[in-house]
Design a protein around this ligand. Structure first.
Ligand SMILES: NC(=O)c1ccc[n+]([C@@H]2O[C@H](COP(=O)([O-])OP(=O)(O)OC[C@H]3O[C@@H](n4cnc5c(N)ncnc54)[C@H](O)[C@@H]3O)[C@@H](O)[C@H]2O)c1
Length: 261
């Protein structure tokens, strides 16, 4: 049976680790040829080796998404090596914590440069190829923090809200070209980013239990649970879906107020 992404060329940013590496694996399992883009060379190589071990075709692209020239190079290299790009997943991100008054101007600019400018540069480089082909699927990995007032994540949450707005703007602009643009907003996901965040806290175990309890389903999500939704949006199964923001959050974003003790 043909894979759900057979014949597609997919570029995934931040694919060296965590959710991005999980998406790369699911895409490869479904027949896509995958461009593994990340700023960390060692991580790029690890992901590419894992995909090749699955029997997939994959190309490593060591690139900083903040850098215009590097992004242009990565998009050109992937499309010349395989074929024009059909699917882009803008997943690369950094997540500094802190309230607004605790966030230094350089840190504010850094998180915007990776999370928002990075997606802008990648999309800008790929869209001419998608227009030429008359099809494409772009997925922004946002976050429920871009929809809710989660505490202590001011800069990060603002970038994720920006990606949800960008999804809507682009979906309208490019629908006539056959390009669909959607976002996926995970709740808390069991991932290296989460482990790093928890590791920096005073009591990681009780915070982890709080995260589990915060999601109505009673636990945090897995990388595969995010990757499966991204796979659907990348595939032609979602051919009438554009401008959507899919939450993958165990019900967190629709939870009403909790009864008081
Ligand atoms: N883990 C969670 O609980 C969670 C929840 C909601 C949303 N998300 C989102 O999911 C996505 C993946 O998160 P993750 O948990 O796998 O994080 P992660 O830190 O494990 O992975 C992010 C990847 O992005 C790469 N990256 C960072 N800066 C880069 C740059 N300038 N250029 C290229 N690559 C760069 C990193 O090297 C890393 O491999 C992010 O967009 C994140 O905001 C994660």
């Amino acid at each position: 049976m043909a894979g759900r992404l057979e014949g597609k060329i997919a570029l995934i940013t931040g694919a060296g680790n965590g959710i991005g590496a999980g998406i790369a694996r699911r895409f490869a399992e479904e027949g896509a040829r995958v461009g593994v883009l990340d700023v960390l060379e060692e991580r790029v190589n690890e992901t590419v080796e894992a995909l090749i071990a699955l029997g997939a075709e994959a190309l490593g692209l060591v690139c900083d998404v903040r850098e215009h020239v590097q992004v242009e190079w990565a998009v050109k290299t992937l499309s010349e090596t395989f074929a024009p790009i059909n699917v882009v997943v803008n997943n690369a991100a950094v997540m500094p914590s802190g309230m607004l008054h605790e966030t230094e101007p350089d840190e504010w600019e850094h998180v915007f440069a990776v999370n928002v400018r990075g997606a802008y540069l990648v999309n800008r480089a790929v869209i001419p190829q998608m227009i030429m082909q008359g099809n494409g699927s772009i997925i922004h990995i946002a976050s429920v923090s871009g929809m809710l007032g989660l505490p202590g994540l001011a800069a990060y949450s603002t970038t994720k809200g920006a990606l949800i707005a960008l999804t809507r703007a682009m979906s309208t602009d490019y629908a006539p070209n056959g390009i669909r643009v959607n976002s996926v907003s995970p709740g808390t996901i069991d991932s290296p980013m989460l482990h790093e965040f928890l590791g920096a806290q005073a009591d990681p175990d009780s915070l982890r239990a709080e995260f589990d309890a915060m999601h109505p389903i009673g636990r945090i999500g897995s990388i595969d649970e995010v990757a499966n939704v991204v796979l659907f949006l990348a595939s032609d199964e979602s051919s009438f879906v554009t401008g959507a923001n899919y939450t993958v959050d165990g019900g967190l974003s629709v939870k009403g107020d909790q009864p008081q003790d």
